[in-house]
Write a protein that binds this ligand. Structure first.
Ligand SMILES: [Zn+2]
Length: 111
């Protein structure tokens, strides 16, 4: 496993979250709506607002998870499941670099 790759992915995502507070996409959408009145544009505009709001609610959580993950990179414990201690699959880490648990434990949480 290439820790540096994951560290960069985490840092990039962190910058993305800090830089894009969700305000800019929302404003852009509102400008679009005032300029273009047809139904299709309004529908997609509303959808974007909804997504932007939903993202902002989870941003703080993800940010915290990213901070934790970066600390684990520093400590050398990154990539191990918090619950069972087994290595987390690379594919899962690539998809969600800040994840704390392996897919098995995630499934158990849901059940
Ligand atoms: Zn596990």
């Amino acid at each position: 496993m290439d820790l540096e790759v994951y560290r960069e992915a985490l840092l990039r995502k962190k910058q993305e979250l800090l830089g894009g507070s969700g305000v800019r996409p929302l404003q852009a959408t509102m400008e679009n709506n005032s300029r273009q009145g047809d139904m299709a544009d309004q529908a997609s505009g509303n959808n974007e607002v909804h997504i932007a709001l939903k993202l902002r609610q989870t941003d703080a959580k993800i940010l915290q998870a990213i901070e934790d993950a970066l600390q684990r990179v520093e400590k050398g414990t990154y990539g191990s499941c918090r619950d069972c201690g087994h290595p987390i699959a690379d594919a899962r880490l690539k998809a969600i670099p800040w994840t704390r648990v392996c897919i098995n434990c995630k499934e158990k949480q849901k059940a």
